[in-house]
Structures are given as structure tokens and as C-alpha cells.
Ligand binder design. Structure first.
Ligand SMILES: Nc1ncnc2c1ncn2[C@@H]1O[C@H](COP(=O)(O)OP(=O)(O)OP(=O)(O)O)[C@@H](O)[C@H]1O
Length: 272
């Protein structure tokens, strides 16, 4: 799926200019939107499924411009998981919450039940299906919110700060889920402050500053100290560790492999 954004600006009713003249396009499967607090990441993301309709400029999803008329149709193809799950959960039980989208599509009840059961199973939250969403922990709520979006079977998934407030276990679960989704052909665009995650995961990134686009393209840009300083971000930790070498590991596993190979060679040399 291709996304084209051209000359996009957005001003909130209180006159805050949140994004300003953004032009970029995405076609890779894993995209990270980075930027400091208040740089306009969420506002941009909310334009990609028509929660915000462009005030000026255009947003096209697979060639289809987002307008008041097309937004409801586009929302069936593009699902957004909010930063705060409470913004999204409303039904009396987890099951009802996840079933809302498929029911709204007019699917027969038997199919709705099948879809919901399957998604709850994949996310490992079947045991919560009769619970009230408001009684769940943050990580559980996030999973229910994701389940609700997945139940709509969107082609493109938008995640606003998917890792905020999660413990290491829930974080690993969500990371695995992102991998499963991209492996099964979904495109994912997420906002994050986590430069280390973006460096290891994303195929492409865009960096915002004060509502303007500072950069769009390859994630190798995250190694650029001047750019990152300007954006109010830091270079990735792995890059900082290896910057004086020719190696550019993107994951801890790659870094560990390089280090252990190097240290083993040193050991052999010392023995000779
Ligand atoms: N509903 C709103 N009404 C008025 N101003 C808003 C509203 N939502 C966001 N803003 C403002 O728009 C600007 C961009 O906010 P946005 O939430 O898009 O940034 P962000 O990069 O996602 O921030 P963060 O990393 O803190 O979540 C900020 O100045 C913010 O105060």
C-alpha cells in the first residue's frame, strides 16, 4: 500500500499549528515516525485513517484521497491503535469490544464470534473475554485495543506509541505481534521516541520537529548526530557503541555476535 502526503498542515481549534506543510510518501512495510514531544507525530498519524481530515494539503491512501466522504471507508482499511487504550475501549466486556467492528461491518454473528475468538487467542487474552475493559491492566488494555483494530482486518495498522507504559513481558509480546503482522503482509506505521527500537525495526523513518518534516528516508539517518540533536533526539545506543568501527549492528544480537567474534579472535592471537 502506498501513502502520499502533500503539503499537509493542521491547526487545532485553539489555534495550535500542530503540523505544517508536510510532504512525504511511504511504501515500505515498517515505518517509524520520530520526533520530540509535541512535534506533531500523533496529529500526523491521525490523518492517515481520517480521524483528522486535511485542512490544507492532501493525504492519499493507495491513491484514494482522504475526505469527509471517504474517511469512513478508509477507516475499514486503516486501523489506528491509540496511545491511551481508554480512548478506544468502550464496551461492557472485552468480547463485546472486539466484536464491535466486525458486527458493524454487518458480518453474521457466527463469523463475528469466530473472528473474535481467533484474535483473542493470537493475542493470548482469551481468558479476559468476559472482563470489563476498564478493570484490566494497561498492557492488557493495550492488547484489547489492538484486538479491536485487528478484528476489522485492516491492511495498514497505525500504532501511536505502542510501547509506552508496558513492562518487559508485555513489550516482548507486542514486539512479537508487530513481527507477525508484518510477516503476514501488513504495513505498520508507528510513532515512537524510542530511537533504538526504530533503528533495529524500521525500514524507513520520518523525523518531525515543531510540526515540520525534518527528514524522511533510510533509518541510517539516525546515526547523524547533528540531525538527531536538531530533532531533540539521541543517536541509537548501538551506533554510539560501534561508531569508531566499521560495524553497524542494528540489533543487540548482531552487536553481541560482532563482539564475541572479535574477542575470540583476540584470545586466539594472544595464545599464538
Ligand atoms: N486536541 C488538541 N488541541 C489543541 N492542541 C493540540 C491538541 N492535540 C495536540 N495539540 C498540540 O499539537 C502539537 C502536536 O501534538 P502531537 O500530540 O501531535 O505531538 P506528538 O509529537 O505526538 O507529541 P508526544 O510525543 O508528546 O505525544 C502540540 O503542540 C500539542 O500541544
Amino acid at each position: 500500500m502506498r501513502i502520499d502526503i502533500e503539503g499537509l498542515s493542521f491547526i487545532y481549534p485553539d489555534n495550535t499549528k500542530a503540523i505544517s506543510d508536510i510532504t512525504c510518501s511511504f511504501s515500505q512495510k515498517k515505518i517509524a515516525i520520530l520526533g520530540a514531544n509535541g512535534s506533531g507525530k500523533s496529529t500526523l498519524l491521525q490523518h492517515l485513517n481520517g480521524i483528522h481530515v486535511p485542512q490544507s494539503g492532501t493525504v492519499k491512501i493507495a491513491g484514494e484521497p482522504i475526505t469527509k466522504q471517504t474517511a469512513p471507508i478508509i477507516r475499514e482499511k486503516v486501523g489506528l491503535v491509540f496511545d491511551q487504550p481508554d480512548q478506544q475501549l468502550f464496551a461492557p466486556t472485552v468480547f463485546e469490544d472486539v466484536a464491535f467492528g466486525p458486527r458493524n461491518k454487518g458480518l453474521p454473528e457466527e463469523e463475528v464470534m469466530q473472528i473474535v475468538e481467533q484474535i483473542l487467542e493470537v493475542l493470548g487474552i482469551s481468558h479476559l473475554k468476559e472482563k470489563a475493559p476498564y478493570d484490566l491492566s494497561l498492557g492488557q488494555k493495550k492488547k484489547v485495543a489492538i484486538a479491536g483494530v485487528l478484528a476489522m482486518e485492516p491492511e495498514l495498522l497505525l500504532f501511536d506509541e505502542p510501547f509506552s507504559g508496558l513492562d518487559p513481558r508485555a513489550l516482548t509480546d507486542i514486539l512479537q505481534l508487530l513481527d507477525q503482522l508484518t510477516a503476514s503482509g501488513h504495513m505498520i506505521i508507528l510513532t515512537t521516541h524510542d530511537v533504538d527500537f526504530a533503528y533495529s525495526w524500521a525500514e524507513e523513518c520520518c523525523i518531525l520537529k515543531g510540526g515540520k518534516l525534518l527528514y524522511q528516508g533510510d533509518t541510517a539517518i539516525l546515526e547523524n548526530k547533528e540531525m538527531m540533536r536538531e530533532a531533540g533526539l539521541c543517536t541509537p545506543l548501538l551506533f554510539s557503541l560501534f561508531q569508531d568501527t566499521d560495524y553497524r549492528p542494528r540489533t543487540v544480537e548482531q552487536g553481541r555476535y560482532i563482539l564475541s567474534t572479535y574477542l575470540n579472535k583476540q584470545k586466539h592471537k594472544a595464545r599464538e
